[in-house]
Write a protein that binds this ligand. Structure first.
Ligand SMILES: [Zn+2]
Length: 284
């Protein structure tokens, strides 16, 4: 089917009471690995890319290849911009045909975050696509951006932030961290408090290092989208590295690529299963 609009995907996710994985791609092989796993699972998903990974091919090629592959699938997929840290990245993604975007202004102070987020929401309305924003700083290493300290989402700001910005999904900082080197520990009381207050669905970033049993609880805590990036990159790089280690003289690039693609697919499939194992609606 064609790429699904993010608004429609959110409705499908809520209706089916599942959690959508949001898997970060960089290139063709990662894209195919992710989408193969999504199709095998039958669970709707976001495939996404952050501007940090755009230099490999640009927004246009990413949109083209995801859209082309999605057309061969029966499972709904939306293409999402992850961590658009400036207005230009949101604009470029929308123009290229992305069906959902994140505007990330968490590095600004509260009022500036609202102002920049509002601007992206107004812009996205013209394209008819939903906007995710972040409140609170998710610690850890996100590509080359290092966020230090623990700036959890303040529940007292949630309602004000959502109503003044008009965002459609809210990324929260509840002990989740970006990258693999920190020890995430989900603050479930805080997550539940935010869920009670927040009028829009929640998004969890930094799921790579979070234990499976905590991930499995997200579906019942108002989370509809869980971002996974580091684990996929590690799978890809480890697979390629192993190929070289096994035979430094090899020249069959095709098998190196196919192995890396399969390594990504296996991790994504496992994550989707973990995210949805407590779901009361079994989809297949
Ligand atoms: Zn993130």
């Amino acid at each position: 089917m064609p790429l699904v609009n993010g608004f429609d995907l959110i409705e499908i996710i809520k209706e089916r009471h599942v959690v959508a994985g949001a898997f970060n791609t960089t290139n063709l092989e990662t894209t195919i690995g992710i989408l193969n796993a999504v199709e095998k699972s039958g669970i709707p998903a976001f495939i996404q890319i952050a501007p940090t990974n755009i230099p490999v091919s640009g927004y246009g090629y990413i949109a083209d290849m995801v859209e082309r592959y999605a057309k061969t699938m029966d499972t709904p997929v939306a293409l999402h911009l992850d961590h658009g840290k400036d207005f230009d990245s949101v604009r470029q993604a929308a123009r290229a045909g992305f069906t959902s975007v994140m505007t990330d202004n968490a590095h600004y102070d509260y009022e500036e975050n609202i102002q920049h987020t509002r601007e992206a929401v107004e812009f996205a309305k013209g394209y008819g696509i939903p906007v995710e924003a972040e409140l609170g700083a998710i610690a850890g290493k996100e590509d080359d951006n290092v966020v230090e300290g623990e700036g959890k989402t303040n529940p007292d700001q949630v309602l004000d932030f959502v109503s003044r910005t008009g965002v459609d999904m809210l990324a929260v900082a509840v002990g989740n961290v970006h990258g693999l080197n920190l020890d995430p520990n989900i603050d479930f009381p805080l997550l539940r408090k935010i869920q009670e207050i927040c009028p829009v669905p929640l998004v969890l970033h930094g799921a790579s290092g979070i234990p499976d049993e905590q991930i499995a609880q997200m579906v019942d805590n108002g989370v509809i989208k869980i971002n996974v990036a580091s684990d996929l990159r590690t799978a890809f790089i480890t697979s390629a590295g192993k190929s070289y280690e096994e035979d430094p003289d090899r020249f069959d690039l095709v098998n190196v690529c196919l192995d890396a693609e399969k390594a990504v697919e296996d991790v994504v499939y496992h994550k989707i299963q973990v995210m949805n194992q407590l779901s009361p609606v079994k989809v297949h």
